[in-house]
Design a protein around this ligand. Structure first.
Ligand code: C2E
Ligand code: MG
Ligand code: MG
Length: 584
């Protein structure tokens, strides 16, 4: 290190290195120290502005802007810490107190981390005349500390988080899951016959197998998930943000597949496999030890079942996951095989019973199970993303049918199609709708798209722009299952909605519950005030219909009038009118 004094962030006045409050001899002493150890030394005036710095200080801080003494070394502090360092320094200066702090510097400016310690100097009267300070490079110590911290929470062989960190991550995952109503799954993965590998090929081969297993596991999970090594040949995976047990089963199947691919260690080809035990929060518990214990029990069952497989702790989950996996694999073919069909439920005027439109409701004509209703497969289709092509088919088919009815000379009837949130997130819904309109030739005003409140509440710019684009073409929007979602109705202002569909859970209870009647009445009044049409869903009896008439509800839909049917219209093109209706 050179002993030469170098000017730093000082203007010409006062002269470089002339430190009125620091005797010159002291400076030379500083320089002598700095040659022994790389200590950056600086001195400031009473206002805390740097008036002197030695070469080591410049080396540590890198290039210091010379134009303004105010932007001295503080300007080199990393931007994320600068505010707090400046605040602490200013406080020390104004109070005449020592300053002590470790902080990060801007990248590429010299050292990464420095430790700075400065003291006030006082004149004969005890007034602060300036500060002298020392700065040392703290990068290595910080790195060592970071490395120690890493080792404390990671497995040395694989670099994966250890049990302590896994425990912490689970806590975070559970608190996040609680907000979104998600599941968190613990997958305890155990390498089958690991002991044999270790004993026959030696520990270094065993280590290589563990490292390879860790790599493969990393490739099976998403970034937000955690893989940890608990010790021996046991790995723990924490999967977050899951909606259903079959998503866990899919992840488990992927792991079984990835770890069964042959591995070559020391010239030996090893055909490995793993067994997996699964527990799921919140069903199986809400703390690490309970969930790990249950995953362990499930692991035991997976091994007892012949290894190379997975088991859930809860029997029901095994059954659900299997059923959903089966549905999912069959759904993939259902579209190509033409197994879906649409049924149409008429929507009628409450005032005179005339049919004004229909709602298209999908059914799956399953080769073995018969007609499957949407509740039995829509959630799986959403979770797997298959709802995007299925939803496109629904749009195409519903528009085609509407055009067909028009050709047969039927009155102008709208056709309503239910949309899933996933179609907005994963598909290009606006293009699908535009294509369905163009292919069928129906006017956009006859197509109504049913959204749910949750889709609009949590919506991002993509949803908003798709809705705007379609509404601009004349497509109409309704809010389905209204009243079951959120009490915050601000979204009604932001979106061009035309209609509210009162959820059938309120309509069905009109006969028995006073509060349901109050809710339905309030929704009808609100819709009127907002100039929205209102439909009551699930009208099952005459009393309900009479109530709706009194409240001047616009439209109704329900079994009392008609169930969803393949063709709700008579061949002569006139709507069905059940006998019960005629009496009103
Ligand atoms: P939703 O849109 O609220 O549809 C109304 C549901 O209520 C239909 O059930 C209909 O059959 C039923 N319903 C109508 N009138 C009555 C009644 O008087 N009493 C009772 N108890 N029920 C009545 P479905 O067809 O089983 O459909 C269930 C849900 O599946 C629909 O609820 C909708 O959210 C969804 N869905 C149906 N088709 C599609 C589709 O093509 N795409 C998407 N994404 N979802 C669909
Ligand atoms: Mg609907
Ligand atoms: Mg509904």
């Amino acid at each position: 290190m050179s002993g030469e004094q170098t000017p730093i962030a000082v203007s010409a006045d006062p002269p470089v290195c002339s430190l009125p409050m620091v005797p010159g001899g002291r400076c030379r002493l500083f320089e002598a120290w700095a040659q022994l150890i790389p200590v950056g030394l600086f001195a400031t005036d009473a206002a805390g502005v740097c008036r002197y710095a030695n070469p080591a200080m410049l080396g540590l801080l890198g290039e210091v802007p010379v134009s303004s003494p105010v932007r001295d070394w503080l300007g080199q502090v990393h931007v994320e810490e600068r505010g707090s360092v400046v605040a602490e320094w200013s406080q020390a200066v104004s109070r005449g107190e020592p300053f002590r702090r470790e902080f990060r510097l801007e990248e590429g400016k010299g050292a990464a981390w420095v430790h700075c310690h400065a003291f006030p100097l006082r004149d004969h009267d005890g007034a602060v005349s300036g500060f002298v300070g020392a700065v040392v490079d703290a990068t290595e110590r910080r790195d060592t500390q970071a490395r120690l911290d890493f080792l404390a929470y990671h497995d040395a062989l694989t670099g994966l988080p250890n049990r302590d960190l896994a425990r912490d991550r689970l806590r975070q995952a559970m608190s996040f899951a609680a907000r979104g109503g998600f599941l968190v799954a613990l997958l305890l993965v155990d390498i089958d016959h690991f002991k044999m590998i270790n004993e026959s090929l030696g520990h270094s081969a065993g280590d290589a197998v563990l490292i390879a297993a860790a790599d493969r596991l990393r490739r099976c999970v998403r970034e937000a998930d955690t893989i940890s090594r608990l010790g021996g040949d046991e790995f723990l995976l924490i999967l977050t943000d899951l909606r259903a047990s079959d998503a866990v089963a899919t992840a488990a199947a992927k792991i079984l597949q990835a770890l069964s691919e042959p591995l070559t260690i020391d010239g030996h080809e090893l055909g490995g496999s793993v067994s997996i035990g699964i527990s799921v929060h919140p069903e199986d518990g809400s703390d690490f030890d309970t969930l790990l214990g249950k995953a362990d029990t499930a692991l035991y069952q997976a091994k007892a079942a012949g290894r190379n497989t997975y088991r859930f702790y809860a029997e029901q989950m095994n059954a659900d996951a299997l059923r959903n996996l089966e549905i999912r694999s069959q759904l993939r073919w259902a579209l190509a095989r033409g197994e879906f069909e649409l049924h149409y439920q008429p929507v009628a005027s409450v005032a005179d019973g005339s049919v004004v439109g229909v709602e298209a409701l999908i059914r799956w004509n399953h080769p073995e199970r018969g007609l499957v209703y949407p509740d039995g497969f829509i959630p799986v289709a959403e979770e797997s993303g298959l709802i995007v092509p299925v939803g496109e088919w629904v749009l195409q088919e519903a528009c085609r049918q509407a055009a067909e009815w028009r050709r047969q000379g039927m009155a102008r009837l709208f056709v309503a199609v239910n949309l899933s949130e996933v179609q907005f997130r994963r598909g290009d819904i606006a293009s699908s709708v535009i294509a369905a309109l163009a292919d069928s030739g129906i006017e956009p005003g006859l197509l109504e798209l049913e959204l749910t409140e949750s889709m609009l509440i949590g919506s991002d710019a993509r949803v908003l722009s798709a809705i705007d684009r379609l509404a601009g073409l004349g497509v109409r929007f309704s809010i389905d299952d209204f009243g079951t979602g959120y009490s915050n109705l601000a979204y009604l202002k932001r979106f061009q909605v035309h209609k509210l569909k009162i959820d059938r859970s309120f309509v069905g209870g009109l006969g028995q519950s006073g509060s349901d009647a109050a809710i339905v009445r309030a929704i009808i009044q609100m819709a009127r005030a907002l100039n929205l049409e209102v439909v009551a869903e699930g009208v099952e009896d005459r009393r309900t219909l009479e109530f709706l008439r009194e409240q001047e509800c616009d439209l109704m839909q329900g079994y009392y009038f008609s169930k969803p049917l393949r063709n709700p219209f008579k061949m002569d093109g006139r709507p069905l009118r059940p006998e019960a209706w005629a009496g009103l």
